[in-house]
Ligand binder design. Sequence first.
Ligand code: UDP
Ligand code: MG
Length: 322
Amino acid sequence: MDNPEILYMVVPCYNEEAVLNETASQLKAKYISLIERKLISPESRVVFVNDGSKDKTWSMIQELHSSDPDFFSGIDLAHNSGHQNAVLAGLMTVKDICDMAITMDADLQDDINTIDAMVEKYYEGNQVVYGVRSARDTDTFFKKFTAEGFYKFMKVMGADVVYNHADFRLMSKRVLQELAGFKEVNLFLRGMVPLIGFQSCNVYYERHERFAGESKYPLKKMLAFAVNGITSFSTKPLKLITTLGFIMSLASICAFIWAFIAKIGGFSEHGWSSTMCSIWLIGGLQLLCLGIIGEYVGKIYAEVKQRPRYIIADFINKKDNS
Ligand code: UDP
Ligand code: MG
């Protein structure tokens, strides 16, 4: 490659002091080899986004930057904004100074050696390269089961996401510029990027176990993420309510006919239980429907406020004089 392009890695970090130095040294080694192979420009950087960590993460990022400004940059968010917002903050900060950006978790679960293939695919003309995990052997049964269920459920619910792809992906400058036009507050990047379009492809990798530290995605957060993904991307739940209402109406007509026949036949009983059952059934259904509608109302509420999705307190980055 005569004119290698600038790659920025965006790595969100929330309380990652246990892995940060290892991640940094592995990424640096990777960058050195990519620069030697003339696949990326020496102006390429790794940007660690500190998502309001309570531990030493930010001071470690500052140290990395001051000892190795040619490789490491840092963004400090004013408070914990969540993984998706941290990734977006990083991407929007680098979109004008890079040619391509790769987002990757800080815990080394994503295989760093996949970066080569991603960059090569970029030069083949792909604007988006999705990192897709080929196996889930390292996951606990529970994580595997919930994660696979998540992708299947998302699809059934009408939010089209790339199967087994998390947030390990390469995006070109062009795609980042378009992503900047998505103003939604409820971020679900996995759903948003496919919406942008352009030529894309997958590269496959084996996902490792977390190198050190604990998962910051407990079940509660994962469920919230799934609900957010569905309600931000599809109105299918609303359509399901209509279908449910339709079926209920049909059923009630049948029940009415049955009651009428029973009355005429003289074998009806003035039942207390059936009345109670229907009250519970209708009450339950109404609550369910209200709940789903409430989800959307909550979304509208958050969107109309148009609050900033993240606040950057600091950006440390060495600029080359070119
Ligand atoms: N993360 C973040 N903000 C948060 C939670 C997580 O920036 O509020 C980062 C975290 O540091 C990691 C990535 O998001 O780099 C994925 O988190 P984690 O590995 O804990 O999730 P899991 O892989 O267990 O789903
Ligand atoms: Mg992880």
